[in-house]
Design a protein around this ligand. Structure first.
Ligand code: SF4
Ligand code: SF4
Length: 365
């Protein structure tokens, strides 16, 4: 098979595996990766150490795929839609209800759902390369076809490669947006030593829109295309361990795991199709979850309820802490007896946030 045929075959293999979109990006130190360095230098990645990982020479691993994986020649980027039926975070919810980000509703952790499909595409690539004389890249450095599959965990800024693979543009909310599918997309990448035919980059279609920037309750989008994770509810409720800074707690609102606001307000998501895939349908209780249920959750229930769920990333302590903050923000006095109990909780983080929540409710006019 010629390179062009392999590329066509690969895209079809991605569709056959269940992805909606697939494209190929060259390995290059794109301008956006220089901006990633600036982003790290500005401290905008907060305490996310994996983002700041450096190689032995002190270079940021994610800033240059060429340095991190010297044999890499092309990146196959695949995307799958996880949009489900409403509600959305911007809609009304009953009293005492929190919000879990849509991407974490699913019955299967998306890392596994995407990786399973990527492996099928990877197997197809190996089969296609074996049946061709193109398995040795033109540099001659590598003797065999090499591949690595990643879902979130690789030394690569996926959305930059997604842009250059034509999957979508990077919106002002920093998410990948596709003209037809919107931004409810999980990305998976296959880094390969094979030189494939590359796709055209997706053009930016945000235009003069600034809805996401205006809607962000914590002003985390400090400039178009620029997120300060320290202010982002998603970071604060999932990645941040220990205490949430006091001045950020009110802005967290009712969010207990992630935040979808800057995607929910995006006009490109208005007509985003919904998926029928069973693994992305919501687990019971996760859509507008009851705050008191989460705040009192036991380790056994957490293990049972969130087995194989992306929600585990927040850990039980973080999830309970977030529920307590959301209770404080509800200003609902019915939570006071529960919060009194939680202010003596054996988890000092939960106890301290419960004290803050009590104060928020009792001092509210
Ligand atoms: S996820 Fe929420 S907090 Fe973060 S930038 Fe978007 S709207 Fe703002
Ligand atoms: S809300 Fe507007 S500016 Fe923000 S990502 Fe969507 S189209 Fe772009």
């Amino acid at each position: 098979m010629e390179t062009a045929q392999i590329t066509t075959f690969l895209k079809q293999a991605a569709l056959d595996a269940g992805f909606e979109l697939a494209g190929v990006a060259p390995v290059h130190d794109f301008a956006e990766l220089a901006q990633f360095k600036d982003w790290i230098a500005a401290g905008y990645s907060g305490e996310m150490k994996y983002m700041q990982a450096r190689d032995d020479s002190g270079r940021l691993k994610r800033a240059s795929l060429r340095s991190a994986i010297p044999w890499a020649r092309s990146v196959i980027v695949c995307a799958i839609n996880y949009n489900t039926e409403p509600p959305y975070s911007t809609g009304e919810a009953g009293p005492g209800r929190g919000w879990v980000s849509r991407y974490a509703w699913g019955r299967e952790d998306y890392h596994e759902a995407v990786m399973r499909r990527l492996r099928l595409v990877e197997a197809g690539l190996h089969a296609a390369a074996i049946s061709s004389d193109r398995q040795v890249p033109s540099t001659g450095e590598n003797k065999e076809l090499r591949t690595l599959c990643y879902v979130d965990t690789g030394p690569i800024v996926e959305r930059v490669y997604a842009k250059y693979a034509g999957v979508g543009w990077i919106g002002k909310n920093t998410c990948i947006l596709n003209q037809k599918l919107g931004s409810w997309l999980f990305l998976g990448v296959i880094v390969t030593s094979l030189e494939l035919d590359v796709s055209l980059p997706a053009p930016d279609r945000c235009g003069s829109c600034t809805r996401c920037i205006e809607a962000c309750p914590t002003d985390a989008l400090v400039a178009p295309y620029q997120l300060d994770a320290n202010k982002c509810i998603s970071y604060l409720t999932i990645e941040k361990r220990g205490s949430i800074p006091q001045d950020m707690r009110e802005g967290v609102g009712r969010h207990v795991f992630g935040c979808d606001i800057c995607q929910d307000v995006c006009p490109w998501n208005r007509k985003a199709p919904v998926t029928a895939l069973p693994e992305f349908q919501a687990r019971e209780g996760l859509v507008n979850p009851a705050l008191d249920w989460l705040a009192e959750m036991t380790p056994e229930e957490f293990r049972e309820k969130f087995r194989g769920s992306a929600v585990r990333r927040a850990k039980l302590s973080g999830l309970r802490r977030n529920a307590v903050v959301a209770m404080g923000n509800s200003r609902d006095r019915r939570f006071l007896p529960l919060l009194q109990r939680l202010s003596a909780d054996s988890d000092p983080v939960v106890a301290e946030h419960a004290e803050w929540a009590i104060k928020s409710i009792t001092t509210s006019p």
